[in-house]
Ligand binder design. Structure first.
Ligand code: ADP
Length: 158
């Protein structure tokens, strides 16, 4: 059985993340979307809330589950029995970052990373951009994030 972890901040979950999750769920028997804490990024939603939003958004995907990473991603992946890490690639900047992390994860635990290219229509979507737009108004966010996330952002910025 091929099992993969898709780790990320998901702060918040975007349509770009959703596309990667859907495609990973086609490629693997099981996918665990794992909410991690990126110390380099300023958080908007606490991890438990990010997890709840991902859970609601993937409710119709039977082979996708959701968890929270405490500690190293590779340790988490091993603890759930996954041998692959999924990540998404939007541009060259993502590539350099992902190459370094993939190298570290391979060295740490012989963990294989599978990179999926972002669809052209999602290439400019990032959680940071969504947060910036949400500060000004949530009415046009449906193009970038699932409906449950629009609702959570509306509540947050009310
Ligand atoms: P992290 O802080 O770990 O980079 P993110 O939530 O920002 O967490 O991203 C998680 C993963 O999803 C990363 O591999 C990132 O490159 C990918 N990703 C982010 N936005 C998109 C998008 N619009 N399309 C495809 N992949 C994306």
């Amino acid at each position: 059985m091929k099992k993969a972890v898709f780790p990320g901040s998901f702060d918040p979950l975007t349509n770009g993340h959703m596309d990667i999750i859907r495609r990973a769920a086609e490629l693997f028997d099981e996918v665990v979307v794992a909410v991690g804490i990126n110390t380099n990024k300023k958080g908007l939603f606490p991890p438990a809330e990010r997890l709840a939003l991902v859970e609601a958004a993937v409710a119709d995907m039977p082979n996708v589950s959701v968890g929270i990473i405490e500690g190293l991603t590779v340790n988490y992946a091993q603890s759930v029995g996954a041998s692959y890490i999924i990540r998404g690639l939007r541009n060259c900047k993502d590539f350099e970052y992902e190459r370094d992390i993939a190298g570290a994860n391979a060295a740490l635990a012989n963990m294989e990373t599978v990179l999926l290219f972002a669809k052209p229509e999602n290439q400019n979507i990032s959680s940071s951009m969504v947060k910036e737009i949400a500060k000004v108004g949530t009415d046009r966010l449906a193009a970038f994030v699932p409906a449950v996330v629009v609702a959570a952002l509306e509540e947050h910025f009310q």
